[in-house]
Design a protein around this ligand. Structure first.
Ligand SMILES: Cc1cc2nc3c(=O)[nH]c(=O)nc-3n(C[C@H](O)[C@H](O)[C@H](O)COP(=O)(O)O)c2cc1C
Length: 301
């Protein structure tokens, strides 16, 4: 059975990747996730300077999902890359995608340059859509800003550039702009701005008040976005949002995703989900008579 997929210069053994922000906070966790069965692993979004993020609580559990407002906490790209050097051989053997974030076009460019220089990553994923960090969210709400940042990063790196978008009313314009200016793939979607209130304390649960909703609650929305983008654009799509079972994986592929990412389900059930999802996908393909994953992609159209 042929489960391999290609996205720009990236060749993956199968379509199930680890999403950004989940376990990718240390290089050794990336290796562990890959060895547990992920086909590619995305780092936590990295910025130029170290960031503490928001104070606790940063995660609220709600029915059907999580609301997080971590605030792009990360050690800064340079520290992260230096930590990567300690396990460079192992990291270069696997497909590591560096997620990058910034507060200006120039910051995205600088982070991209540094990642490219270290030669560890196989691709970049531009996080233009963190819903609870205003300055980052603005990028994916404005097709002109998207154009600027994608063009500038593509000019500054030899790595393929994936653009991660959020749920906005003008998502199709933003994606069009990203593709026109050099994006090799689109990752959709990021978490959706949301909140939860502690009725005893009579105030929002999260210190940041708002956070991003992930998990099963957003799956039908993310699926719809992938379906729509597949109708409109030719680039590879990476589906993410609430995928929790092998049936969900099949749905996203049928909607048109070339690959998918899992976040919240890994957070909840641990690294064994990769093998479970893959096994379910393979059984389904076998029972339905599919010998190649390519035949499944977009079949629901
Ligand atoms: C705790 C947590 C942290 C996250 N951090 C990032 C991040 O740093 N960068 C990013 O692009 N997305 C981040 N995300 C969003 C996920 O990558 C993914 O787009 C979203 O959670 C939807 O997928 P899921 O429902 O499978 O979790 C984060 C999500 C969670 C739950």
């Amino acid at each position: 059975m042929d489960l391999r997929v290609s996205i720009a210069s990236l060749s993956l053994r199968h379509p199930i990747m680890l999403a950004s922000g989940i376990l990718g906070t240390t290089p050794s966790m990336l290796i562990k996730a890959y060895n547990s069965g992920a086909s590619a692993v995305i780092t936590k979004s990295l910025t130029m300077s170290p960031r503490d993020g928001y104070p606790n609580p940063v995660i609220a559990r709600v029915p059907c999902g999580l609301i997080n407002a971590i605030g792009l906490a990360n050690p800064g790209v340079k520290n992260y890359l230096d930590e990567c050097l300690e396990v460079k051989d192992e990291l270069t053997r696997i497909s590591v995608i560096f997620s990058i974030a910034g507060f200006s076009v120039n910051e995205y460019v600088k982070v991209a340059e540094l990642v490219t220089e270290y030669g560890i990553g196989k691709a970049l994923e531009l996080n233009l859509s963190c819903p609870h960090v205003e300055e980052t969210r603005l990028f994916s709400e404005d097709p002109k800003l998207t154009a600027q940042v994608v063009r500038a990063v593509c000019d500054a790196t030899s790595l393929p550039v994936f653009v991660k978008v959020g749920l906005t009313a003008n998502i199709s314009e933003v994606v069009e702009s990203a593709i026109k200016h050099g994006a090799s793939a689109i990752t959709a979607i990021n978490t959706i701005k949301a909140m939860a209130i502690d009725i005893r304390a009579k105030k929002p649960i999260l210190a940041a008040k708002y956070g991003g909703l992930s998990g099963p609650a957003i799956k039908p929305i993310a699926l719809r976005v992938i379906y729509d983008l597949y109708e409109e654009f030719k680039v590879p799509l990476i589906g993410v949002g609430g995928i929790s079972s092998w049936e969900d994986v099949v749905e996203f592929l049928m909607a048109g995703a070339t690959a998918i990412q899992v976040g919240t389900i890994v957070y909840k059930r641990g690294l064994r989900v990769f093998k479970d999802l893959l096994k379910g996908l393979m059984n389904f393909m076998h029972n339905e008579g599919f010998s190649s994953l390519k035949d499944l992609i977009g079949i629901a159209h």
